[in-house]
Write a protein that binds this ligand. Sequence first.
Ligand code: SF4
Length: 244
Amino acid sequence: MSKVANVVEVFSSIQGEAKYVGCRQVFVRFSGCNLNCKYCDTVISHNEHAQCNIENVAGERNFVQMKNPIDIDTLAEKINKLLILPHQSVSLTGGEPLCRADFIHEIAKKIDCKLYLETNGTLFHELEKVINDIDIVSMDIKLPSATGRILWEEHHQFLQIAKQKELFVKLVISGETTKEEFDQAITLISDIDCNIPLILQPVTPIYNCTSVTPEAVLHYQGVALKKLSDVRVIPQTHKFLDQM
Ligand code: SF4
C-alpha cells in the first residue's frame, strides 16, 4: 500500500480529447510512464518532480507549490477544494497513472467525484487493483509505429478488465500509422465488443511525428466503421483553445 505519490500538477480545466471533450474536469497528473511514444506531449511527466503545482481556486491558475511526494489526505483535500465548482469527473492522468495504482486505490475513497482514468492501456495487472474504484476508462491503444513496441497482448488483457466499466478507446493516427497495424487494432477491439466506442485522434504534429492526411482520416474511419458501431474523429481541442 502506497500512502504517498509523486504528482506533477493538479488543476481544473476543459477535457480536450475523446468522448468527454468539452467537459470540465479536475486533472491530477502523476509522474512516471512505462512507454515513450513518439508524439508524447507530456514528457514533463516522465520524471519525478521535487515540487507539485496545485491550483488553489478552480480555473484561476493561481498555483501553489507543494513538496513531493504528496500524501493521500493532503492531495484529496486539494482536489476536493477544486470540486466546489461542479466538475464532470476527476481525470487521473500522467504520464501513466497506473504506475501509481496502489496510491489511486487508497485515495479514490476520499475524492467526492467520479474518477476518470486516462491510460495507455498496457498495465493490466495494475488496472485490476483499481477497476472497482474507477467510473470511466479512457484507454489508448498504442500502435507499434508510435512506441516501437508490440503491445497487442497487453491491450487485449487490459480491454477484458476495463470493459466492466464505462469504456472507450482512443487511437492516435499519424503519418507514420500503417494500414496493417490499424487493422490489427480494430480487430482487437471488435473481437472483444464491437460496441466499444472508438475515438480516432489525428496526431498534433510534434518532434518527428507527421500529421495524417484528410484522405487518410476518412479512410481509417471507414475501415473502423465496418467492424465497430461508434467511431468518431476528434482532435486535441485543448491545443487550439490554449488550455492546459
Ligand atoms: S503513454 Fe502517454 S505519457 Fe507515456 S509516453 Fe505515451 S503519450 Fe507520453
